[in-house]
Write a protein that binds this ligand. Sequence first.
Ligand SMILES: Nc1nc2c(c(=O)[nH]1)N[C@@H](CN(C=O)c1ccc(C(=O)N[C@@H](CCC(=O)O)C(=O)O)cc1)CN2
Ligand SMILES: [Mg+2]
Length: 283
Amino acid sequence: MSAQLIEGKKISDSIREEIKLEAERLKAEGTVPGLVVILVGEDPASQVYVRNKAKACEQLGYYSEVVRLPAETSQQELLELIGRYNRDDKVNGILVQLPLPKHIEEKAVIDAIAVEKDVDGFHPESVGNLMIGDDTLLPCTPAGVIELLKRTGNDPAGKHAVVIGRSNIVGKPVAMLLLREHATVTICHSRTPNLPEVARQADILVAAVGVPKLVKKEWVKPGAVVIDVGVNRLPDGKLCGDVDFDDVLDTAGWITPVPGGVGPMTITMLMANTLKAARRSRG
Ligand SMILES: Nc1nc2c(c(=O)[nH]1)N[C@@H](CN(C=O)c1ccc(C(=O)N[C@@H](CCC(=O)O)C(=O)O)cc1)CN2
Ligand SMILES: [Mg+2]
């Protein structure tokens, strides 16, 4: 039997409707959520994501700024700009689009963002808050994964979740969020022995490694929920995930497509974080 599709685009659209209502309520009380997105350089994919973030702000009636800086911008210039937005009351969220040019140290940039404006959830204090279970701004893609699970009735509680990938942006935080949702969590990576065998134990399998079509049907327990976080561009220009979708389709119980699965949730959760930061800014 074919797996049920987890339609990220549809779920994302309905969350945006909820956010819009909340944002209107907040605006009626005199607070306009504000987001600045900073892009350094001309990476084509990043340009699309930044444009889509600005569009989402417009759709929701947020105050929005996009700062496009040349690839040669120095780290010091970027840090000074962040410092200015840290002090700007119109702006509740500051997002620096990744990846950054090689001469800029990602950690220095993330550390410079005021934690209360860290709508990416990448600041060490945000990460620490997530780890100890304090209320915080959550990283967008991992938060989107949890929303997809919950809104399709796939509550992680009591399930075995296997996460393939250990990046700071997706693998580690999604594992922490699944743990917070009472899943038993295994984190795998390139040095995990018998990776297919470990993956096959998962009730919920999250693939976030950036290897096109790595996960095959032999890696999937029949009926498992398969969440594909990979966005890989193939030589023919087509997008594909870390899961071999066609191969896995008849084995999985639920599956996210690429495109149209996890991807659309990233920007929606960014909008939710900006709203949350705006609400919190009122004290
Ligand atoms: N500062 C950040 N940088 C990056 C993040 C991030 O969360 N914060 N994540 C990614 C890029 N990203 C948002 O910034 C992002 C990636 C993918 C999508 C998306 O909607 N993907 C679509 C396909 C889009 C396409 O056709 O290329 C999908 O999967 O359906 C949105 C946002 C790295 N940088
Ligand atoms: Mg404001």
